[in-house]
Design a protein around this ligand. Structure first.
Ligand code: SF4
Length: 352
């Protein structure tokens, strides 16, 4: 049975033709699915009953079910473990920011990129998420916020998975969620994060959409970056920075470079100067992220003073820099940690 959730209106229209339904029915169906968040055809009371029966016989409306939820003690972050029809699980995170509700979306179940600091990649990638499954992540959080009369305001594709390795589904999802018949979600409120997959950055540049690009850098030289992020062996640092520069010049949008600070690994003064020199003259800013310790690896978070000194050097070198607000450490908010614990059956140890 085909899942209708995640289809574009043109695709729904095509199905309507096959069922000999007039075109205006596709608009009604899309309205029920995407505006009224219907979970079955039964209640679509502006459709004739025989049509509802025919639709139910041919299509399902499958989204995601939440099997675990964790709230940080500061009330800022809520993390959901969502499960899809085949039992595959992903993490989706709601962050209540001063500027609104931001949701962090997973684009793959697991990840194949092998970044040394990341729990999402420990068991590799299970599969790509479909357009409808990524949309279901947003719908889940929107439905959750609905009781408080709130909604998702901004979105970052920064959960588990490398979006550029699932490019067609990711772009399909972004185009769909932007449509008025769906959530009318502004491209300017979307950030795509990549580990530096250059062909994906170039494809996105050609789409000419005002989407913010975020590149995970995490080191300022090839040797260290290849150690932390194996993708660097394929796409070395200078080529990644050049692709980021081209993206910002075409889209006129500032590229964000993410830099996880790991004590005694990439947080020296020299690292800060090297980073500033790499980005000099580019429309870019840096987001410093003191690492959330990952149980499976032996990385330490730098002391506050070290973070401050690193920040000062970048600012002195005229690189706009922010330090990510500490969020959700008490619920293991680094991507992939909760899913791993759930799938390994050891979550009780962490959360009791
Ligand atoms: S940081 Fe991102 S790209 Fe790297 S392994 Fe984790 S999910 Fe994959």
């Amino acid at each position: 049975m085909e899942n209708i959730f995640g289809l574009t209106i043109q695709e729904i229209d095509k199905r309507c033709h096959e069922l000999q339904m007039p075109s205006y029915r596709s608009k009604q169906i899309a309205d029920w699915i995407y505006h009224k968040s219907a979970n079955s055809f039964e209640g679509m009371n502006n459709l004739p009953k025989d049509l509802r029966i025919a639709l139910a016989a041919q299509f399902s409306i499958l989204k995601a079910e939440c099997i675990k939820q964790w709230d940080s003690t500061d009330g800022v972050t809520t993390k959901f473990l969502l499960r899809f029809f085949d039992g595959v699980t992903v993490e989706t995170v709601l962050m209540r920011q001063p500027y609104g509700n931001s949701v962090c979306i997973s684009t793959q179940a697991g990840c194949a990129m092998g970044c040394a600091f990341c729990a999402s990649t420990l068991h590799g990638v299970t599969r790509n998420l479909t357009t409808g499954e990524m949309l279901a992540e947003v719908f889940w959080v929107n439905d959750y916020l609905h009781i408080k009369n709130q909604k998702v305001d901004t979105m970052v594709l920064m959960g588990s998975g490398e979006p550029m390795m699932n490019y067609d589904n990711v772009l399909g999802f972004l185009r769909l969620i932007h449509e008025k018949y769906c959530l009318n979600f502004g491209y300017r409120n979307i950030t795509i994060s990549t580990s530096g997959v250059i062909p994906g950055i170039k494809r996105l540049e050609k789409e000419d959409l005002p989407i913010t690009l975020s590149i995970s850098l995490h080191a300022a030289n090839d040797n260290l970056r290849s150690e932390l992020m194996p993708i660097n062996k394929k796409y070395p640092i200078h080529d990644v920075i050049a692709a980021g520069k081209a993206y910002s010049e075409t889209t006129r949008r500032r590229v964000t470079y993410e830099y996880i600070l790991i004590h005694d690994v990439n947080d020296t003064d020299k690292d800060a100067y090297d980073l500033a020199n790499l980005l000099r003259g580019q429309m870019a800013n840096v987001n410093l992220i003191p690492i959330n310790p990952v149980r499976e690896r032996n990385w330490k978070r730098p002391p506050k003073e070290r973070v401050g000194e690193f920040l000062n050097i970048l600012e002195k070198m005229h690189i706009p820099t922010t330090v990510r607000r500490e969020m959700g450490t008490d619920i293991q908010a680094a991507c992939g940690q909760l899913r791993n614990q759930y799938e390994c059956g050891i979550e009780r140890e962490f959360f009791d």
